[in-house]
Write a protein that binds this ligand. Structure first.
Ligand code: FE2
Ligand code: FE2
Length: 307
């Protein structure tokens, strides 16, 4: 990737999505949500964009009622795309997921009821996935054992620091009802990562995009891939979910920053743009010439564009 500004290209890029809520068989969720098609749409676009993605991270509620068949279907869609992109897949447990089929189908392990916490590393960046699910419930929790395990993982810093992927985000949810099923004891979680090399948190569960920062650590909540909550829903409705707003988040990791960008899966008909053929010409220019050509409003180039 070329870089024309003061920052070098990112060390690596990740694709973060969440809440696919797949059902087994041919049943669309709520009878209308074609999440499989939306996943295909997204990966078609990612593949066509030429983005170099190190990992695809799906932060939970992979299956709506935890059917083995739903995990098989999801893996059948995501894994071939991941393979063609050269990306690793990180599966994270959500409250709708069930640990036994999750561990068996997605990790090829014996069916387990233990928390499904894992550690990954790409080019020095560590990612810890945490299982915030509570069997039989929708709210989230990290047990004392999980927090102790997390502390042990973080005792040794990773060369490029650590990201945490967890379904229930550690933040106050904008939709009040979601407070009933939020992550319990969030202070204990922040205490466990305090003073560590954690640089960011990727989460889901809210079914809308949100950002926050606590103690300087950014939290990025991805949209739902199946449906999304309309925070501007009519006041006469307590909660409005819609077959709209499905999107992923592009996570660009730099030495000293992380940049989260919304990437929608809807068609984006071009109204204006440049052919990739011009890249070599732009690269051949000196930085000063590039500045004059693209930034100077009076340049021939900009005057042509403006017309
Ligand atoms: Fe969900
Ligand atoms: Fe959830």
């Amino acid at each position: 990737m070329s870089s024309f500004g003061q920052h070098p290209p990112p060390l690596l890029s990740l694709l973060h999505l969440s809440d696919t809520h797949l059902l087994g068989g041919d049943r669309p969720l709520f009878g209308v949500l074609e999440t499989e098609r939306k996943l295909d749409q997204l990966f078609h676009k990612v593949s066509g964009s030429g983005l170099d993605i190190a990992a695809i991270i799906i932060t939970g509620d992979l299956a709506d009622v935890g059917e083995a068949e739903a995990y098989e279907k999801l893996a059948g869609i995501v894994n071939p795309w991941a393979h063609s992109l050269g990306a690793e897949v990180v599966w994270v447990m959500g409250n709708h997921d069930k640990r036994e089929p999750f561990s068996e189908v997605l990790f090829g392990q014996a069916a387990s009821m233990e928390p499904q916490d894992h550690v990954y590393q790409w080019q020095g960046l560590r990612l810890v996935s945490l299982d915030t699910s509570v069997p039989g419930y929708h709210h989230g929790q990290l047990t004392d054992d999980q927090l102790a395990w997390l502390r042990r993982q973080l005792e040794t810093p990773a060369p490029q620091g650590t990201l945490i992927a967890m379904h229930h985000p550690p933040l106050p949810a904008p939709a009040p009802l979601m407070g009933i099923i939020e992550l319990d004891e969030q202070d204990a979680f922040w205490g466990a990562i305090s003073g560590s090399d954690v640089r960011g948190i990727l989460a889901g569960h809210l079914h809308h995009i949100s950002f926050s920062a606590t103690h300087g650590v950014p939290v990025s909540v991805a949209a739902g891939m199946c449906y999304n909550i309309d925070l501007l829903g009519d006041k006469d409705r307590l909660l409005v979910s819609s077959d709209r707003g499905q999107a992923a988040s592009l996570v660009n990791v730099y030495n000293d920053q992380i940049v989260f960008s919304h990437v929608g899966l809807e068609e984006m008909p071009e109204v204006h743009g440049f052919s990739a053929e011009f890249l070599a010409q732009i690269e051949a220019l000196s930085p000063e010439s590039r500045r004059e050509m693209f930034s100077n409003k009076a340049s021939d180039f900009n005057r042509t564009i403006d017309r």
